[in-house]
Design a protein around this ligand. Structure first.
Ligand code: IMP
Length: 206
């Protein structure tokens, strides 16, 4: 069965594709779907944005479709940047500029108050229009300085719980097991596995 990954973020595609290998699902990219519109991520929650992306891609493709929305919540900033993680320092700025803004706002914040978490909500839409959403979280804290070159986004300043290095220093071998995206995707894979198992007995599922 085919599964459309409804994201244009190359880094997310790489992380998701690796985890889906060997599941029996044939991954289809959004770039392979003609007429897939750009989606404005203006929802108030990760789930709203993930559903919006999934619905629009499912509508034009008619395929099983998976979309996600994710971001970083920093407790000392009242949960910011949250759903605005990608646009935190304005439109069209680099990851480095977003990181500088975050670190600048936390200059006088002590270690124990630098708690944060990555959240990821993934929504799956089936060809009949059924919707299921799953959430993965990864708790941690914000480093005092950026470190490491692996990954993307806020990875150079996020230290996951139980570690002393940032995601960008730990690399994909660790991030791929404990990240918010990995945790959401594991639930999606379990769900899709059940769908595959159901298939012979359920002609309604294509
Ligand atoms: P969106 O889901 O495309 O709106 O983007 C979410 C934004 O959150 C990304 O552009 C990153 O800035 C940040 N983000 C989400 N997941 C990660 C991650 O795994 N590592 C680092 N930053 C992330």
């Amino acid at each position: 069965m085919k599964l459309l990954l409804a994201t244009r973020n190359r880094n997310k595609v790489i992380e998701m594709q690796q985890a889906l290998e060997g599941t029996g699902w044939q991954v289809v990219m959004l770039s392979d779907v003609k007429g897939a519109p750009e989606v404005k991520e203006d929802g108030a929650t990760f789930e709203e944005n993930a559903l919006k992306k999934a619905r629009s891609a499912a509508q034009v493709s008619g395929l099983w479709t998976l979309a996600e929305d994710s971001g970083l919540e920093i407790d000392a900033l009242g949960g910011e940047p949250g759903v605005r993680s990608a646009r935190y320092a304005g439109e069209g700025v680099t990851d480095g500029e977003r990181i500088r803004k975050v670190l600048g706002q936390l200059v006088s914040v002590r270690d124990e108050q630098r708690t944060a978490r990555f959240r990821c909500v993934m929504c799956v839409i089936d060809p009949a229009g059924g919707e299921r959403c799953f959430e993965g979280r990864c708790e941690g804290r914000i480093a005092h300085n950026a470190g490491g070159s692996s990954g993307f986004g806020y990875d150079p300043v996020f230290i996951p719980e139980g570690h002393e290095k940032t995601f960008a220093e730990l690399g994909f071998a660790v991030k791929g097991k404990i990240s918010h995206r990995a945790r959401a995707l594991q639930q999606v894979i379990d769900y899709l596995g059940k769908v595959q198992g159901l298939r012979p007995a359920d002609p309604g599922i294509t």
